[in-house]
Design a protein around this ligand. Structure first.
Ligand SMILES: Nc1ncnc2c1ncn2[C@@H]1O[C@H](COP(=O)(O)OP(=O)(O)O)[C@@H](O)[C@H]1O
Ligand SMILES: [Mg+2]
Length: 399
């Protein structure tokens, strides 16, 4: 009993959204790109921003956190927010985080004071006097507010000061696909303008696979503004390292056949690596950890995935949403489904179910990889639905 507790204490694996993994594997290239960006900023050379997109659980959030740490450690001014989807809240978060970062920066040469002056200057300005609200539409409170102008002025003033100290402003935004068209469009146009004025302001964003499409829809020049990186499944070699390095470091490596089984069941998904690694480690006290421990613990790992990734999302869905998802899962769990086929299965026209589809997209459960297709944003969601659904398929029909 005591041994088992000690074993659990030593377990290096821990699945959880945004939780730093014991070993961040397979992201060397992404780290390198940002490292190069920082080096270029120090030489006053310009760059594009970066957009990371991928399914849920592939490690976008933890990568963003790592990159921010890296940039901050190399004297860049960094701010990070997670988009809430609410324009006013997002603006407020951006102002707040940039403010905070400016107060914390460790640069020498009076930069901190200059940044402080810039910020208090902008805070005290009255924007209404410029009659600036005329150029934006009157749709929402955020759009008619002074936020876009204030933000542009703030970023321009700050980056002007930062540039003199060979630094730049890096704004990290998680769940960027959630952001409303305003402030999203404003942020992109600010980065665009700063580029034209040779000022170092970069958005480093992360989001679901539909993110590149959301950006191009908002600004036609989005494609030229960013370098696009897909964050996906890890190679077998990287997955092996993701299991073996932490296990070895904590004193109990996996045997070769245990490792092969783990690579197979995790399909290179970072979230799965943590879940299967954790369960296998706990399942056996042997050293090295044998294949048998892995096979014995697979059900436990799947239960952890159900809890962490699937159940809550399924619960949040309405009965029509569930019927839609179940139809997708029945059509196929691996590749995208055509919306026409989903409609067919539900005995409706595509028009009749388009609202349900849009709601599921808004909830971040599915996305449209191409016109007329839908796919799950969470790896394994289709299998979960089939697994959780009784064979008659009626319970989730909500009738
Ligand atoms: N490169 C990686 N190697 C190993 N585990 C990782 C890696 N990236 C993420 N993870 C783990 O995967 C899980 C999901 O990561 P997260 O950043 O929340 O994904 P996302 O933001 O894409 O949904 C976390 O438990 C995290 O520790
Ligand atoms: Mg995330």
């Amino acid at each position: 009993m005591e041994n088992e507790l000690l074993r659990q204490e030593l377990n290096p694996f821990m699945p959880g959204a945004g939780m730093q993994p014991p070993e961040l594997v397979g992201r060397e290239r992404d780290l390198e790109i940002v490292d190069r960006m920082i080096a270029r900023t120090k030489l006053n050379n310009l760059d594009r921003g970066i957009i990371f997109s991928g399914l849920r659980g592939v490690g976008k959030t933890v990568l963003l956190v790592k990159l921010q740490e890296m940039a901050a450690g190399k004297n860049m001014l960094t701010a990070k927010i997670e988009s809430s989807g609410n324009p006013d809240d997002d603006y407020e978060a951006i102002f707040h985080e940039i403010n905070l970062a400016a107060m914390k920066i460790h640069l020498v040469g009076g930069l901190k004071k200059r940044l402080g002056d810039v910020i208090s200057n902008i805070k005290s300005m009255s924007f209404g006097a410029f009659g600036l609200s005329a150029s934006v539409s009157r749709e929402s409170s955020a759009q008619t507010s002074e936020n876009p102008f204030k933000l542009e002025l703030l970023i321009e003033s700050i980056t002007t000061e930062l540039k003199k100290s060979n630094s730049g402003l890096y704004l990290f935004i998680d769940e960027l696909q959630e952001m409303a068209d305003e402030p999203l469009g404003t942020l992109m146009s600010i980065q665009h303008k700063m580029g034209q004025r040779s000022l170092p302001f970069y958005i480093i964003g992360a989001g679901l696979p539909n993110l590149p499409g959301v950006l191009s829809k908002s600004r036609s020049y989005a494609e030229r503004l960013f370098e696009y990186r897909t964050i996906g499944q890890l190679s077998d070699a990287d997955a092996a390292e993701g299991f073996q390095k932490p296990a070895r470091r904590n004193g109990r490596p996996f045997t070769d056949d245990a490792l092969n089984e783990l690579i197979k069941v995790s399909s290179g998904y970072p979230y799965f690596i943590q879940a299967y690694g954790k369960a296998a480690w706990n399942a056996s006290g042997s050293n090295p950890i044998p294949l048998q421990a892995v096979t014995k613990s697979e059900a436990c790992a799947r239960a952890e995935l159900d809890d962490g990734l699937y159940s809550a999302r399924w619960q949040r869905t309405t009965p029509p949403g569930r019927r839609y998802l179940a139809a997708m899962a029945k059509i196929g769990t691996e590749s995208p489904s055509s919306t026409a086929e989903v409609a067919d299965r539900l005995g409706k026209s595509t028009g009749e179910i388009s609202m349900t589809r849009d709601k599921l997209i808004k909830l971040g459960l599915i996305y449209s990889p191409e016109y007329g297709k839908v796919a799950f944003t969470v790896p394994g969601m289709g299998e979960f639905i089939l697994r959780a659904m009784p064979s008659d398929g009626q319970v989730y029909d909500g009738r």
